[in-house]
Write a protein of this length. Structure first.
Length: 488
């Protein structure tokens, strides 16, 4: 979820319109906007030609230059200018310039990744490093299948920037390398941000009810009933973009039924949505609507409006990603005491323990195959994956990175501190549903808007929503125009 988170994922700006008219990833992950279709067809028709000039010759491979970067070759870096801003990247560029003082670095930030870069891909003159995020994110499956991306395995196998005895891959959070793979071994994408998804709330508000975060659904309903008596709704969510609901619903399904249920959903297996765990969780969420525990008017709210209502104390809980702390910084009160929890389960019969959470990479960086200085692009990423750059990112944008650490010595903001604690509590019980980056239209428009959105607005029942969503998934599985993926 780009610009998470991101994703993102994560806003197009921290005070105005948020980044997720299309999600981050983050999100943010795998977003395709309508304008991107011309890019897809251009790639499909083999648009490329020569690269507009000579590729940089390899430099001398040394302990300090393990990727053999040509120390005088120009390097171009284009960043998505979203909720994370551009300062963290500019700081990392300064380190590159210090390490290679003879190299000229061209850095630019834009919200229009696809429309800015499509012509350059078509001409065979793309930049050397791209933060491929935001509403105009390019389809990375298409890019990889058309040989437009550099395999990042050499970066992963290079010594880390801080410790030559450790490879870069050994410094990354679990799942980051796998997320960058699409089919087989090559790693096409480096997800730089790390997003914690879950149920976000104010500890102050929960304390005012004399309640702890509920671990079972009966407890959740009791907390919502108590909140309602005090004039506060239990829940709100991005009603116009109900694909935010899965940020807490999917890990709940995994908790109740086990990882294999989420894997079957990702794999578009027949009847995956008819699993009893899915029905139990859909019924639970529908109960929030039936009992009047959802903030009135929520189906008409966008992500910023719902987050603002929640920050103002009109609702207790909201499903979201860790970009929410930065995205809503201008409306969250100083004494809010922001926190995130893994989703509430059904009861003690759940397959996975309380604490099971969704966390994954966001902010996807790519190194175009036809860039002039791929080694330089990878070296810039190696710098960004250092402890110092990771700490710089985390302290400036209130989000974790793919680097497994980077929080020592930093005064963590409340939401970030809570996210780190949630990851520690989860341990190995971290799930990562891939449907949101493998099948974007299915996840957003069909499962999100046509399925969950309609159910939570009370226009269809859980049984009808499940039948509808299973139909969408079956159609996607049979659609030969869609690239299909499976968990390995």
């Amino acid at each position: 979820m780009g610009s998470t988170s991101a994703e993102n994922n994560g806003a197009d700006g921290t005070s105005g319109v948020g980044r997720r008219d299309l999600i981050k990833r983050s999100a943010a992950l795998g977003l395709i906007s309508v304008p991107a279709m011309s890019f897809l067809s251009a790639c499909a028709s083999g648009g490329g030609g020569d690269n507009g000039g000579e590729k940089a010759k390899a430099g001398k491979k040394t302990a300090k230059n393990p990727l053999a970067v040509n120390d005088s070759a120009p390097m171009e870096f284009v960043l998505f200018d979203g909720g994370f801003g551009k300062e963290y990247a500019e700081d990392a560029v300064k380190i590159y310039e210090k390490d290679f003082p003879k190299a000229k670095v061209k850095f630019a930030a834009t919200q229009k990744i696809q429309s800015t870069l499509q012509p350059r891909f078509n001409q065979g003159t793309p930049p050397d490093l791209i933060d491929n995020s935001g509403a105009e994110q390019m389809d990375m499956g298409v890019l990889a299948s058309k040989n437009q991306l550099t395999d990042l395995t050499p970066l992963l196998d290079a010594p880390s920037y801080d410790d030559p005895s450790k490879k870069v891959r050994d410094t990354l959070r679990p799942g980051i390398v796998e997320m960058g793979q699409l089919d087989g071994d090559p790693v096409w994408i480096m997800y730089y941000a790390y997003t914690v998804y879950g149920v976000w709330y104010s500890r102050k508000a929960l304390d005012s009810l004399d309640e702890q975060y509920p671990e079972t659904w009966d407890q959740m309903l009791a907390v919502c009933a108590k909140a309602k008596k005090k004039g506060m709704a239990g829940w709100t969510y991005a009603g116009k973009y109900p694909y935010y609901l899965p940020f807490s619903l999917y890990p709940m399904i995994g908790k109740v039924g086990g990882r294999e249920v989420l894997d079957a959903i990702d794999n578009l297996e027949p009847n995956a949505w008819k699993h009893p765990a899915v029905k139990a969780c859909f019924d639970a969420y529908y109960e929030l609507y039936k009992k009047g525990y959802v903030l009135k008017g929520t189906p008409g709210l966008d992500h910023i409006q719902s987050q603002t209502a929640w920050a103002e104390g009109k609702a207790l809980f909201i499903p979201n990603g860790s970009w929410v702390e930065n995205e809503s910084a201008n409306v969250i009160p100083k004494d809010f005491d922001l926190a995130v929890s893994a989703p509430t389960g059904i009861d003690g019969s759940d397959k996975m323990p309380f604490g099971t959470i969704w966390a994954s990479g966001g902010e996807p960086f790519i190194v175009p195959a036809k860039g002039k200085n791929a080694a330089g692009g990878m070296e810039q990423l190696r710098i960004m994956l250092s402890e110092a750059s990771s700490k710089n990112f985390t302290s400036k944008v209130k989000s974790l990175t793919a680097y497994n650490g980077g929080t020592d010595g930093i005064t963590l903001t409340p939401g970030l501190k809570s996210g780190v604690a949630a990851l520690e509590k989860a341990g190995d019980n971290v799930v990562n549903p891939r449907i949101q980056d493998w099948y974007v239209q299915l996840q957003k428009e069909q499962i999100g808007v046509a399925g969950l959105g309609e159910m939570m607005a009370g226009r269809i029942t859980p049984a009808e929503a499940i039948k509808k969503i299973q139909g969408f998934a079956d159609a996607a599985a049979k659609d030969s125009s869609i690239k299909h993926y499976k968990h390995q």
